[in-house]
Design a protein around this ligand. Structure first.
Ligand code: GDP
Ligand code: IMO
Ligand code: MG
Length: 440
């Protein structure tokens, strides 16, 4: 059972890119299974001169910087052909071979300019109809592209390879979207001919990457190859299990891996939940432990909490264990990776949400429906902080006792061991010998 899945356990940006890059030397294939260029997965390292380098991936899987790895963009991803080609060029400029190491599913749906235009119009409409009612999307066309997929009117990668079919499908779709833009949203219509001509050009550029990736992955699994599935976004943004409608339009959760790659669930052995040592959220929607104060600002500044895709400041707050226990339940995490523990250094005390109060009662149940989640009051336990800079520590035993206790508290509450601890953005900043918690 050689499939492992890396899953965001909160609202995204937990450090999935860093952990995927870290695990890549031990696998043969790294595959994205959902989402699109709304993701921003950062990989940071030091070059030979000691200078800090950083690369933010949006569509190409985070295994691309390891020569041993083949990268797959699965059928469940919504692919912006322009964005992926630009990203490939940027990676190639670093001297990395992409041509022979990236496979794109022939069944993945395409993001078109009209998806972004419809999304912008919808968001504007929501904002003006009711203050603050917009979702705060990334503007990458994700929702409208998945809408077309499920309405069975989408255009897929395979359609790029037949210019006549593509022309016909594009024309029909753009005309339909133009009617919506003009008549429903009073927005500007798009130029049909310009888009058709631009997109028919993508066939040759993308042709060499296009593969039946489900078949490729299943054959690789038959030959005992190891696959790492890289989730995007976070479980609390899942379209079914997140705080709907303030969610993304896909399934970042474990189930999404099988449908998004076309691999059987019986092949999955490791489900690794990535949890930031505190919480962040970008965009609108309920966030019970949000700190709209100085402490929140301190986390934002120390943690560099600004979106890797949109640059928006991330909302910051204390660690929410009620939410983490819920995402552990729906994903079946058998291991946790805790990231950004270094950011908590220097805080006198650390609060951790262990219960919600709702309608006068306390509960450990996470209500995913937005209306209820908006009204819960987080109840905290307070743990001691530590002053030391821990970003250079490489062994659990060398961490301050308070930091060790913080991690044990998390593992005990969730009932899942912490297998990895990240204490800085760079590759080497990782602790792999986290001591087991007594009751996990
Ligand atoms: P992803 O979307 O889950 O891949 O996460 P992002 O890349 O959007 O955001 C995580 C940010 O935190 C990036 O800037 C990373 O370089 C950085 N990061 C990852 N792990 C750590 C860590 O342990 N400590 C610190 N200080 N930064 C980290
Ligand atoms: P990674 O993979 C954080 C959020 C948006 C918005 C909501 C819907 O880097 O963790 P969408 O554009 O998907 O329709 O927006 O989801 N969102 C993310 N937040 N990290 C992400 O990806 C996100 N991708 C989408 O801010 O609230
Ligand atoms: Mg991100």
């Amino acid at each position: 059972m050689p499939v492992s899945i890396v899953i965001g356990s909160q609202w995204g940006d937990e450090g999935k890119g860093k952990i995927t890059d870290l695990l890549s030397p031990d696998v043969d294939i790294v595959a994205r299974y959902q989402g699109g260029a709304n993701a921003g997965h950062t990989i940071a390292w030091e070059d030979e001169s000691g200078a800090e380098e950083e690369f933010v991936l949006h569509l190409v899987p985070s295994g691309i910087f390891h020569d041993n790895v083949t990268c797959v963009i699965g059928n469940g991803v919504v692919l912006d052909p322009k964005a992926v080609l630009e990203e490939i060029e940027k990676i190639q400029a670093l001297g990395v071979d992409v041509e022979n190491r990236l496979k794109i599913s022939h069944n993945a749906h395409l993001i078109m300019p009209y998806h972004k235009a419809v999304e912008a119009a919808q968001e504007q409409e929501r904002a003006s109809a009711n203050d603050d009612d917009e979702i705060g999307t990334t503007g990458r066309g994700i929702g409208p592209a998945y809408t077309d997929k499920f309405a069975r009117t989408g255009i897929r990668v395979v359609d790029l390879l037949d210019r006549d079919v593509l022309r016909q499908k594009l024309r029909r779709s753009i005309e339909e979207k133009n009617a919506i833009l003009r008549d429903v949203y009073d927005a500007e219509a798009l130029d049909v001919d310009r888009i058709v001509e631009e997109y028919v050009e993508f066939d040759q550029k993308i042709d060499s990457y296009v593969t039946d990736t489900s078949k490729y992955l299943c054959r690789a699994l038959d030959r005992d190859k190891r696959v790492l599935a890289e989730g995007a976004q976070g479980s609390l943004l899942d379209v079914d299990f997140g705080s709907y409608p303030f969610v993304t339009s896909s399934h970042p959760t474990a189930g999404g891996c099988c449908t998004g790659l076309g691999v059987p669930p019986t092949e999955v052995e490791r489900v690794l939940g990535i949890a930031k040592a505190y919480c962040t959220r970008v965009g609108n929607g309920p966030f019970p432990t949000e700190l709209d104060n100085e402490a929140g600002e301190e986390l934002r500044q120390k943690g560099g909490e600004f979106g890797a895709t949109t640059g928006r400041p991330r909302r910051c707050g204390w660690l929410d264990l009620v939410a983490l226990r819920y995402t552990s339940m729906i994903n079946g995490f058998n291991e946790l990776a805790v990231t950004k523990l270094d950011v908590l250094s220097g805080m006198d005390e650390l609060k951790v949400c262990t219960q919600y109060r709702y309608d006068g009662k306390t509960t450990r149940r996470f209500p995913s429906e937005a209306q209820t989640l908006e009204r819960v009051e987080p109840l905290y336990e307070t743990l001691d902080g530590w002053d030391e800079d821990i970003s250079g520590v490489r062994h659990f035993a060398d961490l301050p006792t308070e930091a060790q206790d913080y991690l044990r508290f998390i593992a005990e509450y969730i009932g899942v061991e912490i297998g990895l601890l990240s204490n800085g953005p760079r590759r080497g900043q990782i602790i792999k010998d986290v001591a087991p918690a007594a009751t996990a």
